[in-house]
Design a protein around this ligand. Structure first.
Ligand code: NAD
Ligand code: MG
Length: 400
């Protein structure tokens, strides 16, 4: 009920990627408002035990494992615990969870290209999509935005920078910056754990060092992306598709405190920003309740404690992934899908200690040089560009 006594609708949520970092933050926010939100379906890749624990706590109707073998294990665990949640497995079940008529809101929080198809299913089914899975937009930006339009879906960004931009744009923003007097976007970046590390030292950094982010606790893949600054590159592409702003009007600003989550510049010289503590529950709650506001568990911002805000230019020489992302966006077609796929392979191999940190950018650059810009007219094109870049990246990893 609101203060005026009007009953607010109850929302049943499909949470894609429930066992991850965004999944945990989303469940934390939902659990604070049991009258307003409940879990309809929770999904994960292979961690049956992790998903079973979440089922016992949040009682969703369905629990879906992408991996069929893990689904069997989940079924057994739920039976043993007398949990009534129905366990399903496989890619089709993931897509079905995202488009089920009984769910209103889909949180897309799978990491990587694997999240594209279920997110697209939600778009085609006209759901409200809370998008954390930036790789889906990087891989298939124009196709995804078209599916949202044609499906009558609503797309709300959860990535903290894009959520800040969304909040700093006029309500009902049309996707045309000129019509709203938008000059450009300032996309803030923490700079990651190696912001001040000299170039020579970068070659020998370890996966543990790369994953120790100074401001955010996140999954391993996005943590490495933050360390290479590919995360910011992917976010430039994400911002381009979400807000219709050309790449040359999206400027990356390093801001180590991660308090200003991004800014919008207007033609009259005004600059609007959203500030807050670096805690993903804030953008998740904003997107979940939009256009209302709900408590997220994030405390107030203490400006006296922060005292000063710092900004610096990104270093494109020490962080070549940033430039590679701009280049892919400029090349167009399936180039961003190839960039993303090559990055996923390189990050995985870095985490396995098969290649060094600075090899990540080298692998991606070689893939982009050797692969002619793929076309992007359909989902099949996006998947083909992804697959070709993965094959090429694996071959280059062998050469490193
Ligand atoms: P994570 O690694 O912690 O969790 C990933 C989730 O995806 C897990 O539930 C996992 O089971 C699932 N998953 C992985 N591979 C899968 C597959 N092949 N099929 C189906 N499910 C699969 O990652 P995260 O940090 O929560 O990030 C999730 C997404 O949100 C990423 O796209 C990331 O870029 C984005 N994001 C994260 C943060 C953050 O603070 N963690 C912030 C902004 C954006
Ligand atoms: Mg972000």
């Amino acid at each position: 009920m609101t203060e005026s006594g009007i009953a607010l609708p109850h929302r049943r949520i499909t949470l894609l990627g429930a066992t991850g970092s965004i999944g945990a933050s989303t469940l934390d926010v939902i659990a604070r408002h049991p009258d307003r939100y409940s879990a309809f379906a929770l999904t994960a890749n292979r961690d049956a035990e992790g998903l079973a624990r979440l089922c016992l706590r949040h009682s969703p109707r369905y629990a879906v494992m992408a991996d069929e073998g893990a689904a069997k294990e989940l079924r057994r665990l739920l039976r043993e615990a007398s949990c009534p949640t129905e366990a399903l497995g496989g890619a089709q079940a993931l897509r079905d969870a995202a488009r089920d008529p009984e769910t209103d809101v889909v949180m897309a929080a799978i990491v990587g290209a694997a999240g594209l198809e279920p997110a697209l299913a939600a778009a085609r089914a006209g759901k409200t999509i809370l998008l954390a899975n930036k790789e889906a937009l990087v891989m298939a930006g124009p196709l995804f935005m078209r599916a949202v339009r044609e499906g009558g879906a609503r797309l709300l960004p959860v990535d903290s920078e894009h959520n800040a931009i969304f909040q700093s744009l006029p309500a009902g923003y049309s996707g045309d910056p000129a019509r709203s007097g938008v000059r450009g976007i300032l996309l803030t970046a923490s700079g990651g754990p190696f912001r001040t590390t000299p170039r020579e030292a970068l070659a020998s950094v370890t996966p543990e060092e790369a994953c120790a982010h100074p401001k955010w606790r996140m999954g391993r893949k996005i943590s490495v992306d933050s360390a290479t600054m590919m995360n910011k590159g992917l976010e430039v592409i994400e911002a381009h598709w979400l807000f219709g702003v050309p790449a040359e009007n999206i400027q990356v600003v390093v801001h180590p405190q991660s308090v200003v989550h991004s800014l919008v510049q207007y033609v009259d010289g005004s600059v609007l920003a959203e500030l807050g503590q670096p805690d993903m529950r804030a953008p998740i709650a904003q997107a979940l309740a939009y256009p209302e506001r709900i408590a997220s568990g994030v405390g107030p911002l203490d400006l006296f404690e922060i005292a000063a805000l710092h900004f610096e230019r990104p270093d494109f020489d020490r962080f070549p992934c940033l430039g590679l992302a701009y280049r892919a966006l400029e090349a167009g077609g399936g180039a961003p899908a190839a960039l993303n796929a090559a990055n996923e392979v390189a990050v995985q191999r870095f985490l396995e200690r098969r290649i060094g940190f600075t090899d990540i950018a080298r692998v991606i650059e070689s893939v982009m040089e050797r692969l002619p810009t793929p076309r992007l007219d359909s989902l099949d094109d996006a998947l083909a560009a992804d697959a070709a870049a993965r094959r090429m990246a694996e071959r280059i990893v062998e050469e490193v």
